[in-house]
Each structure stands twice: as C-alpha cells, then as structure tokens.
Design a protein around this ligand. Structure first.
Ligand code: G3I
Length: 303
C-alpha cells in the first residue's frame, strides 16, 4: 500500500495524526493529512479550556471543525482529553474539593454527550502519574480531590458514551523499567481486577534524548495488552526523526495483536509542538516525505 493509513489497515490497525483546526485552511497540510492518515486527534480543540471556557457553557466550535473535517474525509476520531491537570480554564483551576470533583464529572458528561457515538476512543484521563522515581500520582488539583478521581472519571465516561473505548493516556510510560510505567501498569491491573471500566492505554511516545526509545518498548506494549486492554500509540514523535527508531516503534506495535493503532503528533515538522528544528515528524516543512516516512510505510507493509 502507498499511504500510511492503507498500509496500517492491512493488519486491522489505524495510522493517525493530530490535527490543528487553525491549519485546516492550509491546502498542503490538508492534502497530506487527507491522503495519509485514517485517524484524527484534535491537537487542542477538545481539551477542557477549549470545550468549557466558562463553567456549564460548552463550546464545541473548534472541536467540531476538526471532527467534521475528519469525518468528511473518511477518518475516525480519537477524543483528547477529558480530565487533565493542564489546559484547565481559569474557573476550573480555582476550584477544589467536592466542587472540582463535580465540575470534572459535569465536564465529562457535557463533552461526551456532545460527541456521543462518534468517537473511537477517548483519552479520559491524561498524565495523572508523576515523573521521576516515585511511581505514584502526580500532585494536581484533581488528585487532591481524592485518589479515586481517576476511577470516578472512567465510570462517568462509560455511562456517558458506552460506545467509546476509554483510555488512560500518558508520556514516559513507554520504558518498561521506569517507575512511572510500573505505576500506571499497577493502576490498570487494579482497575481490571475491580471492574473499573478501562479499555485502552495510550502510550504518548514522545521520544527525545532524555526519554529515548528503548528496546523494552515491545515488552511494555505486551505487558499492558496482557492485562486485557488495547494499547494505542497516541502522540508519537521522535526528536531528530530517526528512521530506524520510527521503524522499531511500528514493528513493536505490529508484534502485539492488541496494539490497535499509531498516531503521530502532527503532520509536518513545522506543525510540531517541538518546533520545526526538532525534525520529529514524518514530513518536512515543505511537505516532503522524509526517510522516517519511508521506514514507517515499509514496516507497515511488512518489510
Ligand atoms: O492559540 C493560542 C494563541 O491564541 C496565543 O496567541 C498563543 C500564545 O501563547 O497561544 C496559543 O495557544 C497555544 C496552543 O498550543 C495552540 O498553539 C498554547 O499557548 C500552547 O500551550 C499550546 O500547546 C499545546 C500543548 O499541548 C499544551 O499543553 C500544543 O499545541 C499541543 O501539541 C500539546 O499537546 C500535548 C498533548 O495534549 C498531551 N501530551 C503532550 C503533548 C505535547 O505537549
């Protein structure tokens, strides 16, 4: 196959990208994205600050632009993200305790109801674990509402849209030997044991010199999958753009049946949150395919 999406589909997987609504008027951007990818994540437009700028007043204008572009171009959509310490609107940052807990629940219901039946998978909770060696939760206003905030978010989400897969999504949980990975693994194991609804784990997979790709990545994917959840590679980018590393990531996903898809976090290097100089994506700033693109396509095509 000659596009990433079609090549991934040969094994029943998807290949997606983050899309920014502000770039939908850029014809080079939309022509590459329209051709190559079959899953879309809104880079910022479905986050808390975008969708509920004032408490109880939802705004889906930008989220719907991304959603409609995706569907009109035959793509499915991952929802990103419902409960997160970052990109909270000011009113939410000012809340705590029971009122913040209720606001989180109301937010999940409001956004998931709007997109009910339309989303392949939601990143219900994003980045709730601490960096470093503790293996424990990140301190945040949400965490301070009580340790059960994550399971409450997942139970709320299941009731709001039973058709959506519900994911926990985080970065630096790709290296099996890291405490953060083990912390999330233990949470997912506990959720499965207690019947807390969770369907998938998102490995963001932002690789750089401080958190490089490690050959135990396949072990991480296999280990999560063995708990009975799907694994999705949700925000892949590799600083420096190594074609070999990109191919390794794809081959590790292909090796695990429950690794159901891969999304890169942007289209061209110039679209990356890391800046064009990071050279982290599959297309250069002129829209040309990079060596990393060819490596990914070849891996998806089985060779
Ligand atoms: O849109 C405003 C613009 O009006 C304003 O003038 C400008 C000045 O700062 O900011 C613009 O908003 C920026 C927004 O991106 C859109 O470009 C925000 O400042 C900036 O913080 C925001 O960054 C996003 C970041 O999440 C915020 O946490 C990145 O685009 C987005 O790629 C990044 O994505 C995250 C995932 O959601 C979660 N995992 C990590 C990943 C990378 O950080």
């Amino acid at each position: 196959e000659s596009t990433l999406g079609a090549a991934a589909a040969q094994s029943g997987r998807y290949f997606g990208t983050a899309i920014a609504s502000g770039k939908l008027g850029d014809s080079q951007y939309t022509s590459i994205a329209g051709r190559e990818f079959d899953m879309v994540t809104a880079e910022n437009e479905m986050k808390i600050d975008a969708t509920e700028p004032n408490r109880g007043q939802f705004n889906f204008s930008q989220g719907d632009r991304v959603y409609n572009w995706a569907v009109q171009n035959g793509k499915r959509v991952r929802g990103h993200t419902l409960a997160w310490h970052n990109q909270q609107p000011g009113w939410m940052q000012a809340l705590s305790g029971g009122s913040l807990r209720q606001a989180m629940i109301d937010h999940i219901n409001g956004v998931m109801n709007h997109y009910k039946g339309k989303i392949y998978a939601w990143d219900v909770v994003n980045e709730a674990y601490a960096d470093g060696n503790s293996g424990g939760r990140r301190d945040s206003n949400l965490q301070r509402t009580g340790n059960d905030w994550i399971e409450v978010a997942f139970r709320t989400a299941r009731a709001a849209d039973p058709a959506a897969k519900l994911c926990y999504n985080d970065y630096n949980i790709d290296n099996w030997s890291w405490a953060k990975t083990q912390g999330v693994y233990n949470m997912v194991r506990d959720f499965k044991a207690r019947g807390v609804p969770i369907d998938c784990v998102g490995l963001q997979s932002h690789f750089n010199s401080n958190s490089p790709y490690n050959s135990n990545y396949r072990t991480t994917i296999q280990s999560f999958a063995a708990l009975g959840v799907d694994v999705q590679i949700t925000e892949l980018d590799i600083q420096g753009g190594s074609a070999t590393t990109y191919a390794n990531v794809v081959n590790d996903c292909l090796a695990v049946p429950r690794c159901t898809g891969i999304s890169v976090w942007g289209v061209r290097d110039s679209d990356s949150w890391l800046g064009a100089n990071a050279s982290a994506l599959l297309f250069d700033g002129n829209g040309n395919k990079k060596a990393a693109y060819t490596a990914v396509l070849n891996a998806l095509n089985g060779g």
